[in-house]
Each structure stands twice: as structure tokens, then as C-alpha cells.
Design a protein around this ligand. Structure first.
Ligand SMILES: Nc1ncnc2c1ncn2[C@@H]1O[C@H](COP(=O)(O)OP(=O)(O)OP(=O)(O)O)[C@@H](O)[C@H]1O
Length: 270
């Protein structure tokens, strides 16, 4: 599969007077594992939603290789949404359906209208879905109703569903925000394996710095809709962290900051 650069150029999205995303210019190379951090309201979710065209920009352009993503419509737009799978904080599974069927929903974009209404799948698709579940250690629950699973299990099913879409980019919007630490680790490890072993680019919004530092090659911090920092975890110094979150945002992020020196200093200034 050809590998393309994802480029955002002067990207912006306004909601009335709010500039949720403001003049963002970024290149994301194929195979990168990028974490997006920032205070609540900094524009992280809006950025991800712009990339997979769940919402349209009010300024700027998104390109993937030679494709102008911002101009896509109809079938080409559906193809793009399949190319960049999205994982949400709240999993978005169909609770009354079993786990396997939920994963197979990830294949529906490849089906015509009638076959998707009937939810008819091929044996090859079922095999693919079972394999994806197995990889996330969820195969034993394949026939269980999704609504009966724990949050961590549901998120792993959501990742399996995203995987069978055969995406080039995996977008994850705070995928571990409502999980306990054990499940959060499993979900982050799954994203790491998808990145390393399958070469899929991962772009993940995170609200904990430690997680971003532990998993991401590159960290992008947003503030007021703009890119405020873009670099390696090592370049993300205590001073930069203080600037990203601001002193009044620290209470909110206190738990997230466990680099002890930074922690002490930040508490003193808060
Ligand atoms: N559909 C919408 N209508 C109006 N305003 C919106 C909408 N979506 C986002 N916003 C505003 O845009 C700004 C950025 O929101 P966004 O959700 O992207 O931030 P975030 O960094 O993801 O925050 P959080 O971590 O709380 O999810 C906020 O001021 C938010 O209120």
C-alpha cells in the first residue's frame, strides 16, 4: 500500500465566535504515532473530526498525498472515512448486538445498501473479524452482547471494528479517558501494536501527559485552537508543560502530571 503524508494547511474551524481550530499547519508522516494534548476546549476533538471529515473546516485544506481531502464528496468521502478509522471515548458500539456483529459493522462501508441493511457478511469477513478480536484478546466474548462488557472490553471491540475497516490512519479521541489504568494500558498497547506491526499512522488525543510521553513519538500540544508545541516527548520540558496548561488549568491536570519536579513546581505556582 502506498504511504502518503497527511498535511493540514492553515486549517480552521469556527463555531460562531469560537475558533475551535485556528490556522493549524502540520505534516503527519506515514507510520507516526502522534499524541495531541492540551486543556479541555483546546480544540483536540475538533482537529480529529476535521481530519476524518465528520465536520467541515471553515478555513484551510487537508491533503493526503495528492488527494485534497477537504474537497471529497459522496463515495470518495466514504472511502476516506474508511481510510481513517475513528475511536471514541464512549466506544459507540451497538449494545444490543453481539461483539462479532459489532466488529463486522466495520466492514459495512464496503457493502452495497441492501447487503448492509441485511447485515450479510462473507465467511472471509467473519474470519477477519475473529482475527481482529483475537488480537485484542476478545475472541472468547465474540457471541456476547456488547452491552454486557466492561468499558475496557468495549473499547477493545471498538478497536477491532476499526481494524477490519483496513484503515491507513487510526484516529482516537480520548480513547482511555473513561477506563481504569489496567484497561487504559491494554488499549494503548493495542494502538502501539497497530502502529508498529501494521504500520498504521496513529493520531490520538490524550488528557494525561504520562501516557503521551510513554507511547507517542511526537507530541502536539494545542492551546486555544492553535498548535502551541510540536516535538518529541523529550522536548516537552516542564516549562512548556506549564505554558500549555496554564496555572489555572493545573488543578484539572494535577493528576496527570507525575514528573515530580514539574509537579512540585507547578503546585507552588498554582
Ligand atoms: N459543535 C460545536 N458547537 C459549538 N462549539 C463547539 C462545537 N464543538 C466544539 N466547540 C467549541 O470548540 C472549542 C474546542 O472544542 P474541542 O471539543 O475541540 O476541544 P477539546 O480540546 O477536544 O476539549 P475536551 O478535552 O474537553 O474534549 C471549545 O470551545 C468548544 O466549546
Amino acid at each position: 500500500m502506498e504511504k502518503h503524508m497527511l498535511s493540514l494547511a492553515g486549517l480552521g474551524r469556527r463555531f460562531n465566535a469560537t475558533r475551535a481550530v485556528d490556522n493549524v499547519t502540520l505534516d503527519i508522516r506515514p507510520g507516526e504515532f502522534v499524541g495531541v494534548i492540551g486543556r479541555s476546549g483546546a480544540g483536540k476533538s475538533t482537529l480529529l473530526r476535521l481530519i476524518n471529515r465528520l465536520i467541515d473546516p471553515t478555513a484551510g485544506r487537508i491533503t493526503f498525498g495528492d488527494t485534497d481531502v477537504t474537497a471529497l464528496q459522496g463515495r470518495a468521502l466514504r472511502q476516506w472515512r474508511r481510510d481513517c478509522a475513528m475511536i471514541f471515548q464512549q466506544f459507540n458500539l451497538v449494545e444490543r448486538l453481539d461483539v462479532l456483529t459489532n466488529v463486522l459493522v466495520g466492514r459495512l462501508a464496503d457493502h452495497g445498501f441492501l447487503s448492509s441493511m441485511a447485515m450479510r457478511f462473507t465467511d472471509a469477513e467473519r474470519t477477519l473479524a475473529i482475527r481482529a478480536l483475537d488480537r485484542l484478546e476478545m475472541a472468547p466474548q465474540a457471541l456476547q452482547r456488547a452491552g454486557t462488557l466492561s468499558g475496557g472490553q468495549q473499547q477493545r471491540v471498538a478497536i477491532a471494528r476499526a481494524l477490519v475497516q483496513n484503515p491507513r490512519i487510526m484516529l482516537a479521541d480520548e480513547p482511555i479517558a473513561s477506563l481504569d489504568p489496567g484497561n487504559a494500558t491494554r488499549v494503548m498497547e493495542a494502538l502501539r501494536s497497530i502502529n508498529r506491526d501494521d504500520g498504521i499512522t496513529v493520531l490520538v488525543n490524550l488528557h494525561t501527559l504520562d501516557t503521551a510521553r510513554a507511547y507517542c513519538h511526537r507530541i502536539i500540544a494545542m492551546r486555544d485552537g492553535r498548535v502551541f508545541f510540536d516535538g518529541t516527548p523529550r522536548q516537552l520540558t516542564d516549562d512548556v508543560v506549564r505554558d500549555i496548561y496554564g496555572t489555572d488549568g493545573l488543578a484539572e491536570f494535577d493528576a496527570a502530571i507525575t514528573s515530580t519536579a514539574a509537579h512540585r513546581r507547578l503546585r507552588q505556582t498554582a
